[in-house]
Design a protein around this ligand. Structure first.
Ligand code: EPU
Length: 342
């Protein structure tokens, strides 16, 4: 066993930030994960609190070097594990590319993840922050997952309830932060598609595409078209998708805001509160298309912060601080980051 030392993480985070990890290793079996952990603890005096499990690195901003061990999850494999009258249960290794998994489902006519096409990252990250887009969240198709407890060294099974999914939230981002490596996720997909075209942009794009019969393949293509038209490709411009969450405000504040800002974008929630479009708030503060050195706010979608080349994590973070302050100042709404800061 050997751990690589002083490894650049530039190619392991979609922001393309140049920072270094003290120790680094990939693992493609649970045994390799165990060996790397044991070696780190026994020979490098490391402890479980200085271990970072990395998937695609597509929801992370490094603001400094990582003082500890970075373990890159490379657990592969996709298999059907169960089937009943209505559903098919598919288990995927946490290191499988998310979009690769979506394509597998579409090819096999397993429905439920087509709206989640082209999201960067790996299968293991999907429950971590309950990824969502165009009216669908991972919790809608989640069945179960297996995760390795880094300190207790055992494998634990989580049901949907155990994960306590919320909007871009789960126990893995909160209560159990840093404690588990997700090994595999089993999804429950529909044998008969239930099309979800409720999100405005999808219907418009489908009309534009002029496809005859609605299919999961058609929806996937519509989502791919929309995403490609307004979200930067991390392979070309460093970014981590939406940097902030869309904030929820109570109905009273929303009606006050509406009086002052007639075009404010808000979606009423069943709870009675209203979800605001953070992209709109940020754009109104004049940030859309802003650039200072190589850190910027994307010109087609203000919710996305970008690294045009050599930005440091600190510069991106400082830009996010300035955006939060100006949105608070203009709208009295506090934005929260969606991206994990290290
Ligand atoms: N808008 C603006 N200006 C902007 C961006 C957005 O005015 O620069 C307004 C528009 O009115 C638009 C509304 O905001 O109608 C919503 O915009 P969009 O459809 O682009 O979605 P979003 O709310 O900005 C969320 C997710 C995305 C997801 C899309 C589609 C969050 C934090 N983001 O963005 O997820 O792809 O909806 O479902 O919930 C991600 O999490 O990384 C991500 C990309």
């Amino acid at each position: 066993m050997n751990l690589a030392q002083n490894i650049s993480l530039k190619n392991y985070n979609s922001f393309g930030i140049e920072v270094y990890a003290n120790y680094f290793s990939g693992f493609s079996t649970v045994l390799q994960l165990q060996e790397a952990l044991d070696y780190y603890v026994n020979f490098k005096a490391g402890n479980a609190s200085s271990i970072l499990i990395l998937g695609g690195g597509s929801n992370i901003l490094f603001t400094k070097n990582y003082e500890g061990l970075v373990l890159k999850n490379e657990l592969e494999g996709i298999e059907v594990v169960q089937e009943d009258d209505n559903f098919i249960y598919v288990k995927a290794g946490a290191g499988v590319g998310w979009h690769q998994f979506v394509l597998y489902c579409i090819q096999n006519n397993f429905a439920g993840v087509e709206n989640l096409s082209l999201i960067p990252g790996k299968v293991g990250a999907s429950p971590m922050q309950n990824i969502g887009a165009y009216g669908v969240e991972i919790k809608d198709v989640f069945y179960t997952l297996e995760a390795y407890h880094l300190q207790e060294k055992n494998i634990v099974q989580f049901t949907c309830e155990d994960c306590n999914f919320g909007y871009r939230e789960s126990v893995f981002k909160n209560k159990y932060k840093g404690q588990f490596a997700i090994l595999s996720v089993t999804y429950r997909l529909n044998k008969t598609a239930v099309f979800n075209t409720s999100y405005g942009a999808i219907t418009q794009e489908l009309d534009k595409m002029n496809i005859g019969t609605l299919s999961i393949k058609g929806i996937s293509q519509a989502v791919i078209n929309i995403r490609s038209s307004k979200l930067p490709d991390p392979a070309v411009i460093g970014n981590a998708g939406s940097f902030f969450k869309n904030p929820e405000v109570d109905a009273n504040l929303f009606s006050l805001l509406q009086k002052e800002f007639k075009n404010i974008v808000g979606y009423p929630l069943p709870s009675g509160s209203v979800k605001l479009a953070a992209g709109w708030l940020i754009e109104q503060c004049g940030w859309k298309g802003y650039r200072k050195a190589d850190a910027g706010c994307f010109d087609k979608q203000a919710l996305v912060l970008v690294n045009y080349g050599k930005a440091t994590g600190k510069e991106i973070y400082e830009l996010s601080e300035a955006i939060i302050a100006s949105v608070k100042n203009k709208f009295n709404v506090l934005l929260q980051r969606e991206v994990n800061i290290f």
